[in-house]
Design a binder for this molecule. Sequence first.
Ligand code: ACO
Length: 428
Amino acid sequence: MSDKATLEINGQKHEFPLVTGTENEVAINIKTLRGVTGGVTTIDPGYKNTGSCESAITFLDGEKGILRYRGYSIEELAEKADFLEVAYLLIFGELPTSEKLEQFHSDIKKHAVVDDDVKKILDAFPKAAHPMGVLASLTSALTAFNPTSVNVDSEEEMYNAIVRILGKFPILVAWTMRKKHGMPLDYGSSSLGYVENILQMMFKRPDEDYVQNPILVNALDKLLILHADHEQNCSTSTVRIVGSSHAGLFASLSSGISALWGPLHGGANQAVLEMLEGIKEDGGDTKKYMAKAKDKSDPFRLMGFGHRVYKNFDPRAKIIKVAADEVLADLGVEDPILDIAKGLEKEALEDSYFVDRKLYPNVDFYSGIIYRAMGIPTEMFTVMFALGRLPGWISQWREMRLRKEPIGRPRQIYIGETHRPFKDINNR
Ligand code: ACO
């Protein structure tokens, strides 16, 4: 294969080098395009064909259904590693030794407190506030109580910023949920594992001890691992682009949370449950909703189905489907919503509309089901996604800063009015 691509514009040929990744993905490097062509640019709404960066963190092949963090398959990581190990792997590039992992956890625990004034900020939100808005605000508010910027050339400062946010973020998540439900704000226990502590912080009642259920710990651990990174998706690209202006880590993460909120991205897990509840209230007729999803004049889409990059079964969905079955069996949950979910899944997998378009259930279809069975309120689902995605955002931000990437600033093709004279207010 040639290592160059030729582009002909107005009879003039221009050559551009090809870049090949370690998994043999090929890209045309158009860095010099505007210069050599006298201002011609490219247009690619939604960036379906545009690589925004070179990255060594996550590889995914949507056609083959492959997802790997730092070279390790998601299947192996979900089976053999825990969330904190995966966080370390994503951020620093290698699996930690047991000493390094212990040190990492102990450093995170040192930072697992937030300034008590954060409670005042939380108190100012109405109970009806959406937890994602609260979480984005609280994450941004951390800049008021911590160093606002990080000297990225100092390994120590970088490390401290990372363990600081990994320590504080679960507290913000748990408090966001507890405040909404009128539960007293509490810290967990430094004697617990990272994920166990999250569960305790979220669910511990003030009048009784919290008893850990290993099946729930395992399911949450897996869910967080599966959500930990997904290369240049909407929220991650947002974190990178905000960080590229040298805004601090907390500010960049806060913007990622906002990007994740939307129903076409992380908000899909909430949208799945709301859709299922809507179907139940309307009599539980899944066939009717299958027909609506296929009707091009109807804006309804089957939430939790389809994916921008997976045109095959989402490998994360395969893993989490098993965990969902385990959790439901262990908790003995009988829930008509879950029956509707199973019905839709079966019908969609057999329906030519979905099969032809390669619209498979995505990870959010099953994560919502598990979260519901665990007793996590629907509005908190996307917050749980943010908790899992945190190490991915951190690792992508770190990589972007260490590679000294330039500020993100796309071009556009202007399609508005050409120059026109100003009209006096009386003549409009
Ligand atoms: N229900 C019904 N039809 C669908 C669905 C769906 N969920 N998803 C895609 N389609 C159809 C489209 O109408 C289109 O049909 P056409 O070719 O006849 O016009 C075709 O499938 C391709 O759809 P696009 O919108 O072009 O696919 P795209 O890659 O842009 O969108 C997306 C992917 C946004 C995820 C889409 O599948 C969707 O809206 N799914 C529902 C929301 C959802 O579950 N989002 C979570 C994504 S996972 C995540 O963020 C972690």
